[in-house]
Every structure is written in structure tokens, then in C-alpha cells.
Design a protein around this ligand. Structure first.
Ligand SMILES: NC(=O)c1ccc[n+]([C@@H]2O[C@H](COP(=O)([O-])OP(=O)(O)OC[C@H]3O[C@@H](n4cnc5c(N)ncnc54)[C@H](OP(=O)(O)O)[C@@H]3O)[C@@H](O)[C@H]2O)c1
Length: 360
């Protein structure tokens, strides 16, 4: 397999650090460029992250001596030395949209962790096991941007990466009609640790700005269709969500209630979860979990601390499936928010794009 030269823009931040760490261990990817704001440009990566390195492993050797460039000013230099970039910059939404388009127009594919382009109609938002066919829209995006090679692809919000995988294999066959979801989200999703967020200790905060809207609406784009060079959002099922911040370091849990037009049995549901696999498993992508959904029969699982690292944090854990008095069924889902839900999900998407020839 050819090695792809990869850059990270926003490399010094929490998500950027996760990208740098994953790329340093990756069989297909080689880190050749790191970029951040003008404040960091000119420093070595090791110096720039000194005192704010948040990963549990040390700064990777391959990154230490790389000199940071300005993500905004050095686009020509960066794009000349990479096959594609991951984007994890924290800027205003319209600035991110413009910056990511500037990279794409410089013929550099962008795989973004940011929400800025999630609702751009010709930008695919992809969970590789769920909607890999949406990559077809890249062709019309390239026409709009006037590029031969450059494009933007994004991943969806971390909150829904636990329950959408569990609902997906049931949706069409049993006619998923509605779902109610309450999420219990870790503090790393806000870029925080217990040291930097002491108010969360012994606490639950019943509000995460914008999260409930994303949790209700983004699944409908994932379940949409490519028509006329854009993604047409699905009109159902209806989803309602409440999202809470809880005192966990990593791992987003969701309590899910679901109803169907053709109510399945519990055995049918467990069977569809056990047999659900997608393009990443078929293609044997390096970051793909072997078993995407793991079902626990124990009453007290999944647990955030015990189960978030299932298959290197890339699998989804599900448990407590049982009948409900108001919906057909209820159950619990868990996924790792900074791995499957953020940088790991973007790395898996980049692997899919490589395997499908979009990065050549
Ligand atoms: N944290 C999460 O778990 C999470 C989850 C989902 C989505 N996100 C999104 O991912 C993005 C990054 O989040 P984060 O938590 O990693 O943020 P962060 O820790 O604050 O890091 C922000 C990064 O953006 C860079 N940056 C800021 N202004 C810039 C500019 N004008 N030009 C170029 N680079 C600039 C910073 O560089 P300097 O070091 O030079 O300032 C840093 O590398 C955000 O959009 C966030 O909403 C985060």
C-alpha cells in the first residue's frame, strides 16, 4: 500500500493532538505538515504543545521536530507537501468554511472534524459503515469548486455516533418511525479535562449548546439520498433529543427509545446488530472495528469507563434492550467521543476515501 503524506491544520488543539497521535501509528499515513494559528507558526510542534499536551501517550517522535506553519498564510507550502489534510481548527464557522474551501481549491482534499460544512449540500457527511455511497456527491462538489482533485468531506457530530449505528440496521427493514434519545456526554467533547473543568465534578449540566439540534437533524442527512448532485435529507424518522454533560472524561452514552411500523422481535433486533457490517469491514480498513456493534446481555452494561475502548474506541456498545410501555423498545448505546466520535471517525473516513481512489 502506498503511504499518503498527511497534514493536520489545527494540529496543536485537543482534536489536532488526537489526529497527530493516530497518524503517527497509522500504516498508510505519514505526517508531513502541521499547521495552526499565526501564534504558533514557526515553533516546533514539541515546543508549541509544551504545557498543553492532553493525550495519554507522549508527543509522537515523528511530530516533535516538525515546524508549524500558519494554516491561513501558508496554504501553498502546506498543500505542496501533502496528499490531503485533516482539519481541526477552532475559528468562526464562516472562517472555517472559507479556509477549508481554500485548501480544496488548492487541489488538496480536506477531511474535517468541524461542523462548518456539515450542511453544505454537496459536502458528504459520512459514517463509513452507514452512508459510504454519499461520497458520490464529491464529483459535483468538484465541479462547483472548479477542482480536479480537491474536495471537502466531513464526519458527523460525536453525540449521534452511538445511537445512529444501532438504529441504522433496523431502520428500513422494520420501518423506524420515531426515536427519543437522551445523551450523557463526556467532558472531552467540550475540549475539557477534570483539571480544566472542576465545576463538572459531582455534577450534571443539562445543556450543551447546539447539541440537541445536531442530534435530531444530522441523522436525517446521514440517511439522505444523493440526487441531482446534492444530498437530499431524509424526512423521517422523527427524532427528539436531550443532551447532558456528565462527569466522565471520555465516552458518550445514549438512552434510546424507538418505535417501528413493523415491530421486530428482540431476537430480530439482536440478530441485525450482530450481523451489521459495512464497507470498512468489507474493505478491511485499518481503523475499522471487526464487529461494529457489540451487544451486552449483562443488565449493567455497557458502562462508560469499562466499555468505551471497545475495539480501540471504534466500535459501538449496546445493552439493556427491552420492551417499553410508550415506545416499542428501549436500550442503551455507548461510543468513544474523541475516537469513533471525532478524530478516529475522520481517520476511518480518510481510509475509505483512499480505498475508493479519491485521494489519488
Ligand atoms: N474537543 C472535541 O472533542 C471536539 C469534538 C467535536 C468537534 N470539535 C471541533 O473541532 C475543532 C477543534 O476543537 P479543539 O477542541 O481541538 O479546539 P482547541 O483545542 O481550542 O484547538 C484549536 C486549534 O485551532 C487552531 N486555531 C485557532 N485559531 C486559528 C486560526 N485563526 N488559524 C489557524 N488555526 C487556528 C489552534 O491553533 P493555536 O494553538 O495556534 O491557537 C488549535 O490548533 C473545533 O471547531 C471544535 O468545535 C471538537
Amino acid at each position: 500500500m502506498k503511504k499518503y503524506k498527511v497534514g493536520v491544520i489545527g494540529a496543536t488543539g485537543m482534536v489536532g493532538q488526537r489526529f497527530v497521535t493516530l497518524i503517527s501509528q497509522h500504516p498508510w499515513f505519514e505526517l508531513t505538515e502541521v499547521a495552526a494559528s499565526r501564534r504558533s507558526a514557526g515553533k516546533t510542534y514539541e515546543d508549541a504543545v509544551n504545557g498543553r499536551w492532553m493525550m495519554k501517550v507522549p508527543v509522537p517522535d515523528c511530530a516533535k521536530a516538525l515546524v508549524l506553519r500558519s494554516a491561513e498564510d501558508d496554504i501553498a507550502e502546506i498543500t505542496a507537501n501533502v496528499d490531503f489534510v485533516f482539519s481541526a481548527v477552532d475559528m468562526k464557522k464562516d472562517e472555517i468554511r472559507a479556509l477549508e474551501e481554500a485548501y480544496a481549491k488548492a487541489e488538496c482534499p480536506v477531511v474535517s472534524n468541524n461542523s462548518a460544512h456539515r450542511w453544505t449540500e454537496d459536502v458528504p457527511m459520512v459514517v463509513p459503515e452507514i452512508n459510504p455511497e454519499h461520497l458520490a456527491v464529491i464529483e459535483s462538489q468538484r465541479r462547483r469548486l472548479g477542482t480536479r482533485r480537491g474536495f471537502i468531506a466531513v464526519k458527523s457530530n460525536c453525540s449521534l455516533q452511538s445511537y445512529v449505528p444501532a438504529l441504522h440496521p433496523l431502520k428500513d427493514e422494520f420501518g423506524l418511525s420515531k426515536a427519543l434519545v437522551c445523551t450523557y456526554q463526556a467532558i472531552s467533547g467540550a475540549g475539557k479535562t477534570f483539571e480544566t473543568f472542576p465545576d463538572i465534578v459531582d455534577n450534571v449540566i443539562p445543556y450543551i449548546g447546539g447539541e440537541e439540534e445536531k442530534s435530531e437533524q444530522e441523522p436525517l442527512k446521514l440517511w439522505g439520498k444523493v440526487e441531482g448532485g446534492r444530498i437530499v435529507t431524509a424526512s423521517s424518522p422523527s427524532i427528539t433529543a436531550q443532551c447532558f454533560r456528565v462527569a466522565c472524561s471520555d465516552g458518550h452514552m445514549a438512552a434510546v427509545f424507538a418505535s417501528f411500523d413493523k415491530k421486530p422481535t428482540m431476537e430480530e433486533i439482536k440478530d441485525r446488530w450482530a450481523s451489521f457490517s459495512g464497507e470498512p469491514q468489507r474493505l478491511g480498513l485499518p481503523s475499522a472495528p471487526k464487529q461494529f456493534i457489540h451487544y451486552f446481555e449483562e443488565d449493567n452494561r455497557p458502562q462508560t469507563k469499562l466499555d468505551r475502548m471497545m475495539e480501540n474506541g471504534m466500535a459501538v456498545s449496546v445493552g439493556r434492550l427491552r420492551p417499553d410501555t410508550q415506545y416499542d423498545y428501549k436500550f442503551v448505546c455507548l461510543s468513544h467521543n474523541t475516537l469513533r466520535g471525532a478524530a478516529g471517525g475522520a481517520v476511518l473516513l480518510a481510509e475509505l476515501l483512499c480505498a475508493k481512489g479519491y485521494m489519488d
